[in-house]
Design a protein around this ligand. Sequence first.
Ligand code: 13P
Length: 263
Amino acid sequence: MADTGGSRKPLISGNWKMNHNHLEAIQVVQKLSYALDKADYDASDVSVHPPFTGLRSIQTVLDADRIPILLGAQNCHWEDKGAFTGEVSAPMLAKLNVSLVIVGHSERRQLFGETDDMVSKKAQAVFAHGMTPIVCVGETLEEREAGGTDDKVRGQVTAALSGLSPDQVSRLVFAYEPIWAIGTGRTASAADAQAICGLIRGLVGDHVSAEAAGAVRVQYGGSVKPTNIAELMDQPDIDGALVGGASLDPDEFARMVRWRTPT
Ligand code: 13P
């Protein structure tokens, strides 16, 4: 399991959502590995988050070919085991050398009823098993138009922080994903994304410590593409991108990992 903690090294993550069966997933990760080289991995951490059915296959490819792409999951349950039909636990993911687990994605919150309390318990479970959570936060269009963005994000962030130690928060990743920007082709302006990512870092400073605020990584997600990633990554409080649709194609995703090099 890779150590992903304690640095503000950029983290570019591909959340494949419910796309790519395990055979397709192998092909995509192999093509991605051909497109990336050591300089890319030195400059950024790169993670892929396939559906559960792809994890074992991708783990095998990454291990066999010593590819330094980090393996990520999209969700987990907070209990280690038990009568939770259809769920997958954090220790099961850790056994597959998963490094990063997305928790509280807006699709989980909106479509599957995940609450701040569940997200907090999931983040704690991920840390308890030696992995790093990517905690997703963000507002709906209605909340944004009513001027409620800051309050929504503040509530989600403080709930997630409440169950974690300062050391864990230093290694945590937040992803600011405005719901209205996900899969819509609409992206928050770089200035708006920076403002909310800065708010998140400020909350870590207020609730945990200045040290943790300096170390926590904050990604932006929501219609990130090769054409807009550079401007987002240039913002001082944006440390990475959580990419959905544009991460499904390995060439497009590789271009995003190389955002510093215009193509
Ligand atoms: P899109 O990049 O497809 O908008 O998805 C963003 C997202 O939800 C990543 O978790």
